[in-house]
Design a protein around this ligand. Structure first.
Ligand SMILES: [Zn+2]
Length: 359
């Protein structure tokens, strides 16, 4: 019987490759034939974890019929779809398969969340632009967001709780599409019930009191304004990918980089291997921060590591998720309050992994 278990995936692989054109790579795959030559011995190892380590929420921005049609027939999908009302949750893709919901994405310095997450789509129209409903470029303060229905919130709570418990997902890895695709996506929007979810034990949330406690500490220890760079550093550490896509080139050519990281330079002063610079390390980011605060002329170059437009989008994404009232009233918190909120979250939910969501 054990052999039989192993045959299933191999046969299904063959079935898939038979259906495709027989180019070279398909031919190679079909050379893996199963016969009675080998036996398989179950030898369990302790070295493994779940492939699923994140939960991502979306809204469809379409009505129910169009949502279903798009998610079933198109090249976008999700594992689950929550309709507008009722108590029927649609299972679109098995959780052990990759569904195409995240697209280009990154969270906690790991990319392509389709590989490691469960995606839940919710039927919700997103927003309309008050003064120009057909505009693609709607100013923030003209967006009228749609609320979620009570039925939906109840279905979201039940489904999310079940998924988080089954995969033991880190609370800070229960995220919105807007968190993992900064500057590209704004779903599930500011009305998503993050607080209710956290009250039910799913995902992360900090109260105004918890934020104020951290704010006091920050105000006591830092007298000046928080620099944008400090905030960027913390947003990046928290999970948002706000790097400037050109930053590596600039970094390699940057004289300043050579001064700060002589250990990564070789004799002709070129950076040996920029990939070996530990960008993920908060200590390193602090080192940059300290340097930039003392050397204001050079600091301008260092700040190029982060993209200012992406930063603004990340602040919106963060506010939509953790400070939705401020977001909705167009009073997104100042740098100190944002920093205090991040700090409160990290204290309440200490990072389990240095990067990514898995252990
Ligand atoms: Zn989405």
């Amino acid at each position: 019987m054990k052999k039989f278990n192993y045959l299933i995936p191999v046969f299904s692989l063959l079935a898939i490759s038979c259906g495709k054109s027989n180019n070279d790579s398909d031919k190679n795959k079909s050379e893996y034939t199963v016969n009675n030559k080998y036996e398989f011995k179950d030898t369990p190892s302790k070295g493994f974890n779940d492939r699923i380590s994140a939960l991502v929420f979306h809204y469809t921005a379409l009505d129910q019929d169009k949502s279903l049609e798009t998610l079933i027939k198109g090249n976008v999908s999700a594992h689950w779809l929550i309709p507008e009302s009722g108590n029927t949750v649609y299972k679109l893709v098995s959780e052990d398969k990759r569904s195409y919901h995240a697209g280009i994405s990154s969270w906690k310095r790991r990319s392509d969340l389709n590989d490691t997450s469960v995606g839940i789509e919710i039927v919700n129209l997103g927003y309309t632009c008050i003064n120009n409903p057909k505009s693609d470029q709607c100013p923030k303060n003209e967006k009228k967001w749609y609320k979620y229905t009570d039925d939906q919130i109840s279905m979201i709570l039940n489904l999310a709780k079940d998924i988080q418990n089954r995969y033991k997902i880190d609370p800070l890895c229960v995220v919105g599409h807007s968190d993992i695709a900064v500057g590209r996506k704004v779903d599930p929007g500011p009305y998503f019930p993050w607080q209710q979810l956290a009250n039910a034990g799913v995902g992360a949330w900090v109260t105004e009191d918890e934020i104020q406690q951290q704010l006091k500490l920050i105000q006591n220890s830092i007298s000046d304004d928080i620099t944008t760079f400090t905030l960027q550093t913390r947003l990046y550490e928290f999970g948002y990918d706000i790097r400037n896509s050109n930053y590596t080139d600039k970094f390699i050519d940057n004289e300043l980089t050579k001064k700060i990281f002589p250990e990564f330079s070789d004799t002709d002063s070129k950076i040996k291997n920029w990939k070996s610079i530990p960008f993920d390390n908060l200590v390193l980011l602090n080192k940059l921060n300290t340097y930039s605060s003392k050397n204001t002329t050079d600091a301008i170059n260092i700040k190029d590591i982060f993209d200012i437009n992406l930063t603004m989008s990340a602040i919106d994404a963060f506010a939509m998720h953790f400070l939705p009232e401020e977001f909705l009233s167009n009073e997104v918190a100042d740098n100190k309050k944002l920093l205090a909120t991040i700090q409160a979250l990290l204290i309440k939910y200490p990072n389990r992994a240095k990067s990514g969501c898995g252990y």
